[in-house]
Design a protein around this ligand. Structure first.
Ligand code: CP3
Length: 378
């Protein structure tokens, strides 16, 4: 499969013009994207308008994605650098978002670590032999960058293609990965997970510590290959109380962020239903905290304290409503983001959804949301 060259497209993007200023770097990766609105906002610098990208912008909402994926299993697609490159670029071309997010999945490093796991369409990740014992934990091997070389190759190709548009790398946080491994698949209650957390704290600690080293290596690989930012997805952490999060999860997520080092690319931390402990997610070592639709951005900024950078928080379900509803909601969120900065000391707002794009979303609507965000000044 050949990757379609996209530089002509990138020329049309505002970010490309930002970088074309005298003295701007022309190299790929973080040097080329350091003046982009997304990276500047993610560092807490003032920007003229909120940058916008969408979680799950690559994927089933796009007919061109469905056509390309036909006949290829999800995890095989994730291991094919040319497919990853093309799928990652599709939403950037179509929507002119301010950042790309690597097409991959949170379970990709687990496969590299030797876990027998499938992504079942319409279900999600399913694990053949759920983790129950210390032997199960020790069978999950610590990965090196060589085990996920296909990701480094894809990231390298992408930063060359993307020019001044930043690429966001990502990984699943230890808790969310542990939930899949312990439950054996998606779970509403996370009951077995919580039972292990409290009933077998040493086993729990060892499992999360192992997952933290795998996640950190996966993120370091993406950063070394040129990703301009990374997002740690702790999608299911909202199932926990703040106390459980603080005692049993936060130390492991912190060790992931710590392993990336000071002075690295901006770090984003995201969870769903985590309004009760947004301040802890920030304290784990994040520069930017993703907020779902349950908590207004200004309230999130208030809870996290001065200097927070908020990302979010349009309810993805609302994208299925008529356009006037969506338009009002986008404007409200932009105004609330400005309020987060002006009244609650937030450093910046990055526009996003409160969770991923739903497969039934009309891609035209996503493009219109980007246009609307782009048209509004700070
Ligand atoms: O555009 C992007 O955001 C990048 C792509 C991305 C995928 N998965 C692609 C994908 C990202 C960031 C993820 C992360 C991910 N994967 C998370 C955390 C983010 C979140 O949504 O909370 C989680 C929990 C997973 C696990 C997972 N993988 C689920 C729940 C599913 C959906 C299963 C289904 O069919 O309903 C997947 C599969 C998956 N990951 C798809 C995509 C595009 C769909 C696969 C397909 O096209 O058949």
């Amino acid at each position: 499969m050949t990757v379609i060259r996209t530089m002509a497209l990138m020329d049309g993007q505002p970010e490309a013009r930002v970088d074309a200023q005298p003295g701007a770097s022309v190299t790929a990766g973080p040097a080329a994207t350091s003046r982009s609105r997304f990276v500047r906002a993610a560092r807490g610098e003032a920007v003229d308008r909120a940058p916008v990208w969408f979680m799950r912008q690559a994927g089933r909402s796009l007919p061109e994605y469905r056509a390309l994926r036909a006949g290829t299993a999800m995890l095989d697609a994730c291991r094919d650098p040319d497919l990853v490159t093309e799928i990652t670029l599709q939403p950037v071309r179509r929507h002119a978002v301010d950042a790309a997010i690597l097409f991959s999945d949170i379970v990709v490093p687990l496969v590299a670590a030797g876990v027998d796991i499938e992504i079942v369409p319409g279900v999600g990740p399913v694990v053949a032999k759920p983790v129950r014992t210390l032997a199960d934990v020790e069978a999950i091997k610590a990965i090196t960058c060589a085990d996920v070389e296909f990701v480094a190759t894809a990231v390298g190709q992408l930063v060359a293609e993307l020019g001044a548009t930043p690429l966001i790398g990502f990984a699943g946080a230890p808790f969310t990965l542990a939930s899949y491994l312990i439950e054996g698949g998606p779970s509403r209650e996370h009951a077995l997970t919580k039972a292990m957390m409290h009933g077998e704290p040493e086993l729990w600690r060892r499992l999360l510590a192992r997952l933290a080293t795998i996640t950190a290596e996966f993120l370091r690989t993406q950063i070394a290959a040129g990703a301009s930012a990374v997002q740690l997805f702790d999608s299911w952490a909202g199932a926990l109380s703040a106390a459980d999060y603080e005692n049993h999860v936060l130390p492991h997520s912190r060790s992931v962020f710590d392993a990336l080092g000071e002075g690295t690319v901006p770090k984003i931390h995201f969870g769903v239903g985590t309004g009760e402990f947004l301040h802890l997610m920030r304290a784990a070592g994040a520069d930017v905290v993703g907020v779902d639709w349950r908590v207004p951005l200004s309230e999130a900024a208030h809870r996290m304290g001065p200097g927070a950078i908020v990302q979010g928080n349009l309810d993805p379900a609302l994208l299925l409503a008529p356009w006037p509803v969506i338009e009002d909601e986008v404007r409200r969120i932009l105004a609330d983001g400005r309020r987060a900065v002006a009244e609650f000391g937030a450093a910046a707002h990055i526009f996003n959804l409160g969770h991923g794009v739903l497969p039934d979303t009309d891609p035209e609507v996503l493009s219109r949301v980007v246009e609307l965000v782009h048209a509004s000044q700070q």
